[in-house]
Write a protein that binds this ligand. Structure first.
Ligand SMILES: [Zn+2]
Length: 386
């Protein structure tokens, strides 16, 4: 075990191999090589990327101890092939993975916790623990993790038999009864692991713990390492710069500025609502009372409609309807004063059926929207139905 080339030479970027077997699975060819520099997905670490004879590898998986390289192109048993590893991607994985060891080791020893999960996502690395991690502890771990990086500690990998392994203490997510690969970062962590790591912690460069959230009965920690941490910092910094320019505020004043803007916006929205309603009141003031009143407006919110229908209902003895025209639909609200005679939800149903609409309500009040945008069609239809 652990004799694959990616374990023995984790920094090797190219290699010549021989095809041992090819299994066709639909449009995919699963290629087995005599040895490989491509790490298959496992132990929380992603499968490597790269090419075999310039053909892109879609995935690398292990089944029953055999490593399969997934290709769209066909290769033949006995073919001599040239492997090229996407080392930038792999090196980032090695750094993220080793960073995970440092952080998990520190969390477990500090809180007497267990690491119960690890995942290398497209964006973040996540680690799950069975204990709650406070913000203070998280920042302390982050600081100590970066200290471990600056000490440039050797990452030692040794393969031990189950008997040898019994004599020492190490972290492991599961009970192991076979050879184990022990990964040790002196003073920080000792863990059974089948992933690929950097030689020395200094290569990681920098670890950023973003935050920790409640997960099951413990917590999940989000981490970025090396270039990924730098990319995230740059992305977030440029957002802050843009906000700072927009608000003409220093970074630290952005939250208070946004808070003031939100408050001002809420006050304005309230004023606009009041003005709209007042103007509607003036608009319908001179109207005579009628059995049926239909008014057409534009771009009203649900809140506007609810307020305005009360005003319009005063000008009808039976039923009041407001249609609000939008770009691709027409909103409606219906209020019935004589619900036993003309039910609002019944009129809504007729409209929905005729104009592909959605909505409903009670016999007194109904609300919805129609796909029809020609108000004349709606009015004509209403005239024939009520
Ligand atoms: Zn590992």
């Amino acid at each position: 075990m652990f004799q694959d080339r990616f374990y023995l030479k984790p920094y090797e970027k190219e290699y010549d191999a021989t095809v041992k077997d090819v299994i066709q699975d639909g449009e995919i060819y699963k290629v087995v090589l005599d040895d490989t520099i491509f790490y298959p997905e496992g132990g929380g670490q992603n499968a490597d990327k790269g090419t075999i004879n310039s053909f892109e590898i879609l995935d690398v998986q292990t089944k029953d101890g055999v490593i399969y390289h997934y290709l769209k192109e066909e290769l033949k048993k006995g073919d001599k092939v040239h492997l090229v590893l996407d080392f930038e991607n792999r090196y980032q994985n090695m750094k993220s993975h080793t960073g995970e060891h440092i952080v998990s080791g520190l969390v477990c020893s500090t809180l007497d916790a267990n690491n119960v999960g690890f995942h290398m996502g497209k964006e973040f690395v996540t680690m799950d623990f069975d204990k709650f991690i406070s913000e203070d502890v998280l920042r302390d771990i982050e600081k100590r993790a970066n200290e471990a990086i600056s000490k440039n500690i050797k990452v030692k990998e040794t393969v031990l038999s189950p008997e040898e392994a019994k004599k020492i203490t190490y972290r492991s997510k599961k009970e192991l009864n076979e050879d184990i690969r022990l990964v040790e970062i002196e003073g920080v962590d000792r863990c059974a692991c089948c992933g690929i790591h950097v030689d020395t912690t200094g290569e990681i460069g920098f670890i950023k713990l973003l935050y920790s959230e409640k997960y099951k009965t413990g917590s999940r920690v989000y981490m970025l390492a090396s270039n990924k941490a730098l990319d995230e910092f740059n992305k977030e910094y440029s957002i802050l710069q843009e906000l700072s320019e927009m608000l003409s505020a220093e970074f630290e004043n952005i939250p208070s500025q946004v808070k003031s803007l939100k408050e001002a916006n809420t006050a304005l929205e309230k004023q606009i609502k009041e003005i709209k309603l007042e103007s509607f009141r003036e608009e319908v003031e001179g109207l005579e009372e009628r059995d049926i009143r239909v008014i057409i407006k534009k771009n009203l919110t649900g809140y506007d409609l609810k307020n305005m229908i009360e005003v319009l209902a005063e000008k009808s003895t039976a039923i009041a309807i407001i249609l609000s025209k939008e770009e691709s639909e027409t909103k409606y609200i219906i209020k019935s004063k004589v619900k036993d005679d003309i039910k609002a939800n019944e009129v809504a149903r007729l409209l929905n059926d005729r104009f592909t609409g959605k909505g409903g309500g009670t016999p007194e009040l109904a609300q919805g929207k129609l796909e029809e945008v020609n108000e004349e069609n709606i009015i004509k239809f209403l005239e024939t139905k009520i």
